[in-house]
Design a protein around this ligand. Sequence first.
Ligand code: AMP
Length: 219
Amino acid sequence: MSILIFLGPPGSGKGTQAKKLAELLHIPQIAVGDILREEVRAGSEVGNQAQAFMKAGKLVPDELTIEIVRQRVGREDCREGFILDGFPRSELQADALDQILSKGGRKIDQLIYFKIAEEEVVGRLSGRRSCKNCGAVYHLKYNPPRTAGKCDLCGGELYLRHDDEENIIRNRFEVYEKQTRPLIDRYKKAGSLVEIDAAQAIDVIFKDLTGTLAIAKVP
Ligand code: AMP
């Protein structure tokens, strides 16, 4: 059983690393941002409630994200563990997560903090491109698709997320500093947090990550 939590500012690369690690460990990556974007695309009730907050780079109300996580981690495929990417992002979410896990007789095994400065994030996110169809993520400089503008996996169209535009990125970073950063201290005090330098190349970060988790099989 491995329950891993990835924390860090937007653009710190936690999603990219979570995907790679989830594949290696054969456990699901639960990215609340991806689930919310899917709900918005589907035009669901949750999607309609979340949309305006996401566009502005603000946090979606806690009740919504907590309910999403409660349902998702209760599913069969999470029995052997999971990686939570982008949750918790507030004190209330952290409290709710503790409750959800302890009710199921589970606990967080490891928290990973992806540390990176704001200026680095702005540079990164403005080069990020996401697939409209399957959500795969690329970077014009660091991880370009084989054919410009097209997803390697499904051929879908690549686009710049509205919330990856510079003014919104800066807003998201501010939201992170105010609402999410206090969690880093909370988990540091609890002694369960490992810090990773997220301003490195994707493969270097992945080596650090797997080394930290003492996973022998690094591809
Ligand atoms: P992300 O893809 O993780 O950058 O998330 C995109 C957007 O989804 C965020 O800017 C928030 O509006 C929303 N979101 C994702 N995760 C959470 C969360 N744990 N709590 C509240 N809002 C979230």
